[in-house]
Ligand binder design. Structure first.
Ligand code: DQA
Length: 146
């Protein structure tokens, strides 16, 4: 059974309440439910995690090296400056897809840089919950190249 881990970074627990004009009005648990439905349909073991703490995200990435066949990572604002999360992502063999609900390239200029993108397999940005669904489908279809 393929094992996929979803790691939601800081402030994503606030989905539904947080800037609904940018992130929509649905909650994190609604997002996780959608992903679980797809995973169940394809007999994938899916684990969804969320943390507001950089160190916790790093530890989950390390664990994923042994425990997962793919990681879907939304590092939240850490995307733009966490070299520690970047190094953790670079240190594991498990493939990672970086996802963002919003299109980070059409927002404030500080969001235009991802320090994570150069060390992951790919990035999906700007499709709301579908960013995660597309990432999951890429793992299911074995479309993740490197
Ligand atoms: C985000 C984009 C980041 O710039 C922001 O800090 C977030 C969410 C997204 O999913 O669109 O927290 O990663």
């Amino acid at each position: 059974m393929k094992r996929i881990v979803v790691i939601h970074g800081p402030n994503l627990n606030m989905l539904g309440k947080r800037e609904p004009g940018v992130y929509g009005s649905e909650t994190l648990s609604a997002l996780n439910d959608q992903l679980h439905k797809i995973a169940d349909h394809h007999h994938i073991a899916l684990t969804c995690r969320q943390s507001n703490y950089e160190g916790q995200i790093i530890e989950w990435l390390h664990q994923a090296d042994e425990e997962a066949d793919g990681v879907i990572l939304n590092p939240g604002a850490f995307t733009h400056y966490s070299y520690a999360i970047r190094d953790a992502a670079a240190s594991i063999r498990t493939k990672i897809i970086e996802v963002h609900l919003s299109n980070i390239y059409r927002r404030e200029s500080f969001r235009h840089t991802s320090v994570i993108a150069p060390v992951v397999s790919g990035q999906i940005s700007g499709f709301g919950f579908a960013s995660y669904r597309l990432a999951l489908e890429a793992f299911i279809g074995e479309d993740v190249i490197e």
